[in-house]
Design a binder for this molecule. Structure first.
Ligand code: SAM
Length: 239
């Protein structure tokens, strides 16, 4: 992937799907991060001084990262790990790579793992929109999950939404044939937007609108329900 530049060669600012939230962690989360990150958070090469981007020349080998070959789920925006921890415990025969841009979320997730880290979970701390086009080999993933992506409900912020035509091409490349992209959102407007994007994108077909089998009630789902919002699940299959 070549970096987009201005006419005089400076890198173009990217529209980000995330805002820089505080990097401070609770002591407990920081302690878990310090203890477990060396083994579980993959030390990816980054362009100089970058915290959330990954060197586009780097390719992660899942078999090397997990020490085995197994069906791979890539969860984008794992947050504090509600779905990740539940699913990884339920499917020890699958591997789970979480791509999360917010370090305190990773710290919280590692703290929740406690003394017994799940052997089938790894993290990459990065902006998935920047990293995923090049981070993994094509067709590396059995499934890609985007559960409760940041909704950006204001009209002027919609261009920040993670799900869009470019990200659909990224996920398509990442999925193996017949692999599945699972999405969930508590914003009707985001659900309609995702359907429009994916119905338009080539190489996907809508496979299900049932609740994703391994998706527990995350705190974002609970918040949405408490606010009276409807939950939509979408599963698109790569064809
Ligand atoms: C609303 S939370 C949902 C968390 C989790 N999926 C859940 O259901 O509980 C969205 C998460 O996506 C992360 N995120 C947003 N944009 C991202 C990006 N471009 N790359 C990686 N993570 C991102 C945020 O940091 C946040 O943790």
């Amino acid at each position: 992937m070549s970096a987009r530049t201005t006419d005089d060669g400076r890198p173009l600012a990217r529209t980000r799907s995330f805002t820089r939230r505080g990097a401070r962690m609770k002591d407990r989360h920081q302690a878990a991060y310090d203890r477990l990150a060396p083994a579980l958070v993959i030390d990816v090469p980054r362009p100089a001084a970058a915290l959330t981007t990954v060197d586009p020349g780097f390719t992660l080998d899942p078999a090397a990262a997990f020490g085995r070959t197994a069906p791979l789920v890539v969860e984008v925006g794992s947050g504090s790990g509600d779905a990740l921890l539940h699913a990884a415990a339920a499917r020890p025969d699958w591997d789970f790579l979480a791509v999360e841009v917010w370090r305190p979320g990773i710290g919280q997730c590692l703290a929740r793992m406690g003394e017994r880290p799940l052997p089938n979970v790894r993290f990459v701390e990065a902006d998935a929109a920047q990293a995923l086009p090049t981070l993994l080999p094509a067709a590396a993933a059995r499934e890609v999950w985007t559960f409760f992506p940041d909704p950006w409900p204001k009209t002027r912020h919609r261009k920040r939404r993670l799900v869009g035509p470019a990200f659909a091409r990224t996920v398509h490349r990442l999925l193996q044939p017949a692999g599945t992209w699972r999405l969930a959102t508590d914003w009707d407007d985001y659900a309609e937007h995702a359907r429009a994007v994916l119905d338009e994108a080539s190489g996907f077909t809508l496979a299900s609108t049932e609740r994703a089998p391994l998706r527990p009630v995350t705190r974002f789902e609970a918040k949405g329900v408490a606010a009276g919002r409807r939950i939509t699940d979408l599963a698109y299959r790569r064809v």
